[in-house]
Every structure is written in structure tokens, then in C-alpha cells.
Design a protein around this ligand. Structure first.
Ligand SMILES: [Zn+2]
Length: 281
């Protein structure tokens, strides 16, 4: 099935008086959504007890959790201590995600720092191969690692790099962040065919597994160096628009997880994406 949901809690969730994410599954369900991406972007700071409460609520309200791993992860780094920490962050995320009843973990692969791009990229591939060993030996072979396409050139995460990493093992699928892809290519995503070219790269690399990819969708302001800031779906300047992508998802019978990372209106905009998708069915 195809799932839609927010990255973290919308401003409206708090404005309506809610304070705890344990209340989010019910709230999201009432909005007509069925996914929630929990942001562990500043570290994995959830107790197992809380994760279990979230799992119960998610089950009750037909919500599936994904998690976004910490921004500090850097598999491109030459600093072995940092790389070791990066492995630990991912394993901590997997531990908590499993208790939460979810399967998908979004990963920022790493930044170039002072290296040549090819060296940084080769480091990332090597570390993902090592990570896969840990994933299987830790009993997480049923999870999906989702390395993300990034919005700035100083990060590893072009579409080509990400689909290549996904070839390493069947438990890796891409996170295509179409706002990032659009930002880094100076607004290249306009027509259905523009989106088709991107989606086809995933199918060429990993076949049918691509149907189950992870998607981040938000409009993003960009400049010469790529991403500047996340906008809402109300933006009419930067894009991208969701309708042409929705047509491809429908045509290819894809079953992705689609997460809105809009600035403040994630749940409202996830619902808008869902409505756009359903209107072309
Ligand atoms: Zn991300």
C-alpha cells in the first residue's frame, strides 16, 4: 500500500493543545493519514517504554512509523571515531524503530568535508557494506535502510550515487527527496517525463524493489548552491509540483512511503499530496 504522513508534528498539532507524540497517531489518523516520520535528527533519545507506547498507538490507529536518523551521521568521513559513532546512531535507531513497529530508517550518507567527491563516495559505499553486516547480525534484516538524495552538492546523495548504494543489498531502498532533487538541479522537475527519468533510475538499478522506495516531498527554495529552505505546498515559485509525480506513481503501481517535510504544515500538506494522488486514480 501507499502511505502518506508528516515528518514530525505539524504546528497545528501543538496549536490545538497537544503536547505528546503519543497522541500523534490518533491525530494523524483523524486527518486521514497513515504514516509518521519520527525525527531522531538530533540523536536517538527515546526510551523503550515510550517506543512501545507509540507502537501500541500506531497499531490502534493504522499508522506506520519511519524514523529519520541523526544529521551527525557521516559515512564519508576519514575520522574513524566519527564513523563508529555513525554506525552506533544507525543501530540505536534500528533498535527503537523495531520497538515502534516500523521498518524504514532515512539516512544522510555523509558530507565531503575536504575530500574529493569520489573518495568520499567510496568511503560511503564501504561503510554501507559494513553496516549491512551489522544490520543482519543484529537481527534487523527485515528493515529498510533509506539513504536520501541531498539538496546540496557538498553532500553525498545525488540520484545516481543513491541508487548505486542501493545495489549493495536488498534491505536498502532510496529516499528520493524530490524537493532536494529539484533544488540541486536548478528546478529541473517540471513535467511528468522529468519525474519519470528520476524514478526510472531507481528501477534500472534495483528493479521491482524500487516500487517500495521512500519519498520525501516538499517545495524547497533554492539558490546557486542548492537547497535554501523548506517551503509549504502553497508556494508557487520554486516547486516541484506533486501531480506529475503522482501520475508516475500510479502508472508504475508503486507502493512508497510519502513524507511531507513542509515548513510547519507537514500533516496538512501530506493530506494534500494524498488528495492529489487519489484524484488521478
Ligand atoms: Zn533528510
Amino acid at each position: 500500500m501507499i502511505r502518506f504522513g508528516p515528518a514530525g508534528n505539524s504546528e497545528s498539532f501543538y496549536n490545538q493543545g497537544y503536547t505528546r507524540t503519543a497522541e500523534a497517531p490518533k491525530w494523524i489518523n483523524q486527518m486521514g493519514l497513515n504514516a509518521f516520520e519520527y525525527p531522531f535528527v538530533r540523536g536517538v533519545n527515546m526510551s523503550d517504554d515510550t517506543a512501545l507506547i507509540l507502537a501500541e498507538q500506531a497499531k490502534l490507529y493504522n499508522i506506520e512509523f519511519s524514523v529519520h536518523s541523526p544529521y551527525y551521521v557521516n559515512f564519508a568521513s576519514t575520522n574513524e571515531e566519527l564513523v563508529l559513532k555513525s554506525f552506533n546512531y544507525i543501530m540505536q535507531c534500528l533498535h527503537t524503530l523495531k520497538i515502534m513497529g516500523g521498518k524504514r530508517i532515512v539516512i544522510h550518507s555523509g558530507s565531503l568535508t575536504k575530500q574529493m567527491r569520489i573518495d568520499a563516495y567510496n568511503n560511503v559505499k564501504k561503510r554501507f557494506t559494513e553496516l549491512i553486516e551489522m544490520v543482519y547480525s543484529g537481527g534487523y534484516g527485515d528493515m529498510l535502510l533509506c539513504p536520501e538524495t541531498m539538496g546540496r552538492t557538498s553532500y553525498i546523495g545525488s540520484v545516481d550515487e543513491i541508487v548505486e548504494i542501493c545495489k549493495i543489498d536488498k534491505c536498502i531502498v532510496p529516499t528520493f527527496d524530490f524537493g532536494h532533487i529539484n533544488a540541486i538541479t536548478n528546478g529541473s522537475l517540471k513535467t511528468k517525463n522529468d519525474f519519470r527519468k528520476v524514478i526510472d533510475k531507481a528501477f534500472d538499478a534495483i528493479g521491482e524493489r524500487a516500487k517500495n522506495m521512500h519519498i520525501h516531498f516538499s517545495k524547497i527554495e533554492y539558490g546557486l548552491k542548492g537547497e535554501i529552505r523548506h517551503l509549504t505546498m502553497a508556494d508557487t515559485i520554486y516547486g516541484p509540483e506533486f501531480a506529475p509525480l503522482a501520475e508516475i506513481l500510479h502508472e508504475y503501481k508503486m507502493t512508497p512511503f510519502i513524507i511531507s517535510e513542509s515548513g510547519g504544515t507537514m500533516a496538512e500538506d501530506a493530506l494534500l499530496l494524498k488528495q492529489i494522488y487519489e484524484s488521478i486514480k
